[in-house]
Design a protein around this ligand. Sequence first.
Ligand code: GRF
Length: 190
Amino acid sequence: MVIKKVKTAVFISGTGSNFKNLIKFSKLKNSPIMIDLVISNNPGAKGLHFAKKNRIKKKIFTFKNQKIDEKKILNFLKRGKMKLICLAGFMKILSKSFIQQFKGKILNIHPSLLPKYKGLNTHIRAIRNKEEFSGCTVHFVSAKLDSGKIILQKKVKIKKNESPNSLAKRVLKQEHILYPRAIKKLFSNP
Ligand code: GRF
């Protein structure tokens, strides 16, 4: 049976290792998604070169005027019949109205065990607070930052004397496993 893949746009701002990983995942025969578009607010985002390599359309919206750019993005997504947005290191906070118009179809990956450590610098904060575990979370995007319904989480044990950098690396490795798993979970029949 040939499965019809869900047309997906990935939003990035930086390195794009999750983007790269989602591309790899999308190419698997049994992956529920196909990545058709990458959007970035940052024209210098390193991750954008994965778009060229994989012949994925890329669009830059600087968000200098967020309202106008979001309107343009929504039009673009609708025209392209995009059905899912995966935020992957996207550093802009989407407006309520944008999220409303794509309700239940925007996912994000966050480098902490939500609801703990929303926002930035999650690893430093987790280490400072002497947490035993950090980790990552894939969740639906809601109007409140890093607060939407959780799809999947993965714990990572914090080592003795661990630096934020080394923790970030180990968590990122798990992110690359978790994001595809969460997408599969979402689209697999119960
Ligand atoms: C990841 O840690 C992700 O959880 C966070 O931003 C980082 C993006 O990394 N939202 P990359 O650009 O995918 O390498």
